[in-house]
Design a protein around this ligand. Structure first.
Ligand code: RM4
Ligand code: MN
Ligand code: MN
Length: 437
């Protein structure tokens, strides 16, 4: 497989892009360093932590997304998983924060998994959690002859359940070959009408299915259960909240954990508190980052509620400080880009996740402990706000520069004309309509 020739993956080009920005960055970094020093914070400590922080890119996010109504394609959309990896390599090379890719099967199916792994590695990419897809039918795929219209792991028909279990085990095996360490299971199972489904029996069938998957996957793989409140089922969903997810994970085993997708909750739900509870139960798998206003909007991380993202990281930094047992969360992006270039959105989202992490590292935890113990809500809140309102942009940019990534990833990307290049190589995809029209 020939790699694409593009300045976006070229070290010298990135260095050229960085050169005119380096002096200003150093100046702003030094000023921030002095300011943090007055607060007793060593900027180098924060920059090193940000530099070591990584979040996986989702293979399914590099094409144009769509809604129930329509999809508006852009130029140069990836034709297959190899093209997707090229796009993800650009995201990682310029952004310096996404060294792994999360695959989705059967969407990313290939004949030669070893070749896929090698190609990813040659682009500087590794493989994160693999995802199974039993939330839609796969016509013509001999491994999925039966329909998932009425569910998968919780289906009333044992043959459909067996098909879904087998698919998940196969995904885990593919993941193991790629060097991935987890399988994420999100199912769309649920109901649209009161009475349509027996809540208890559907949940029992789901748990039995996940137990079978757990028994059938390699022993060093972790199994992540992802809850989601609604969609495609609109009345009830089998794993609709973290409570159901936790009950299931506890019924399955130690390596079975609960994944939090930020968009999968009712508006205004206190997600940071869910994180704390899952940590308490030693069941936090990790995250699918995105942002939302109303539902599973799959908007760019930090686009709507950056303070909530910060509060999630505040819990994580606190857990790390206390060396919470079993604390080892996986970080993944899970977004859909309808109106932006996905490469730009993914780079920007990774920056926002890092920003929330850096801000959370600035919280004066001793002061916060004190304000909590003495019941001083105003100062406790101000302690968090002080960290959140600190402009950590120079730290993030410096961490990127030190990794030979771009100081300004979006400008460097635009200057590389990558989108124009792939638009010439990859044939345009048809628009297609969404599900509703
Ligand atoms: C779902 C869920 C899953 C993702 C699919 C594509 O809403 O977030 O994580 O695999 O979308
Ligand atoms: Mn998700
Ligand atoms: Mn989702």
């Amino acid at each position: 497989m020939d790699k694409i020739a593009t300045p976006a993956l070229d070290q010298d080009f990135i260095a050229q892009q960085n050169a005119p920005r380096a002096a200003a960055l150093q100046d702003e970094y030094d000023a921030l360093g002095r300011s943090l020093d007055r607060r007793g914070i060593d900027i180098e400590h924060v920059t090193a932590a940000v530099g070591a922080f990584a979040v996986a890119a989702p293979s399914w996010a590099v094409g144009s997304g769509g809604t129930r109504f329509a999809r508006f394609p852009m130029g140069g959309e990836p034709r297959n998983i190899f093209d997707k990896l090229e796009d993800c390599a650009v995201v990682n090379r310029l952004g310096g924060a996404t060294p792994t890719v999360s695959l989705h099967f059967p969407w990313d199916e290939v004949e030669d998994v070893a070749a896929l792994k090698e190609y990813g590695n040659s682009l500087g990419l590794g493989f994160d959690a693999v995802n199974s897809n039993t939330f839609q039918d796969h016509p013509g795929n001999p491994l999925h002859p039966l329909s998932y219209k009425y569910g998968s792991l919780s289906h009333t028909d044992p043959a459909v359940r067996a098909q879904a279990v087998a698919h998940n085990i196969r995904c885990a095996e593919l993941g193991a070959k790629l060097g991935s360490k987890a399988l994420t299971v999100w199912i769309g199972d649920g109901s649209n009408f009161p009475g349509q489904q027996h809540f208890g029996r559907a949940f029992d069938r789901y748990i039995a299915g996940v137990q079978e998957i757990y028994a059938g996957i390699p022993e060093d793989l972790r199994l992540f259960l992802e809850h989601k409140m609604y969609e495609p089922a609109f009345y009830s969903t089998v794993i609709q909240d973290w409570g159901s997810s936790l009950l299931a994970a506890q019924a399955v085993g130690d390596r079975c954990l609960c994944l939090v997708d930020l968009g999968h909750h009712a508006p205004n739900v206190n997600i940071e508190m869910i994180v704390s509870r899952l940590l308490h139960a030693r069941k936090l798998a990790g995250f699918h980052f995105n942002d939302s206003k109303y539902g599973d909007d799959d908007l760019d991380a930090g686009a709507i509620e950056p303070y909530r993202l910060f509060l999630v990281f505040n819990e994580l930094v606190e857990a790390a400080r206390n060396q919470a047992p079993g604390f080892d969360p996986s970080y993944m992006l899970d977004q859909s880009h309808n109106v932006t270039d996905p490469i730009e959105s993914l780079m920007t989202s990774a920056v926002e996740v890092q920003r929330a992490y850096a801000q959370a590292l600035l919280v004066d935890r001793a002061a916060l402990d004190g304000f909590q113990d003495t019941n001083d809500p105003l100062m406790a809140s101000q302690t968090l706000k002080r960290a959140f309102t600190t402009d950590v942009a120079p730290i993030l940019a410096m961490a990127r520069q030190r990794k030979h990534a771009a100081i300004d990833p979006v400008s460097a990307y635009r200057a590389s004309f990558y989108r124009e290049t792939v638009s010439r190589i990859r044939p345009a995809k048809s628009g297609g309509s969404g599900g509703i029209v």
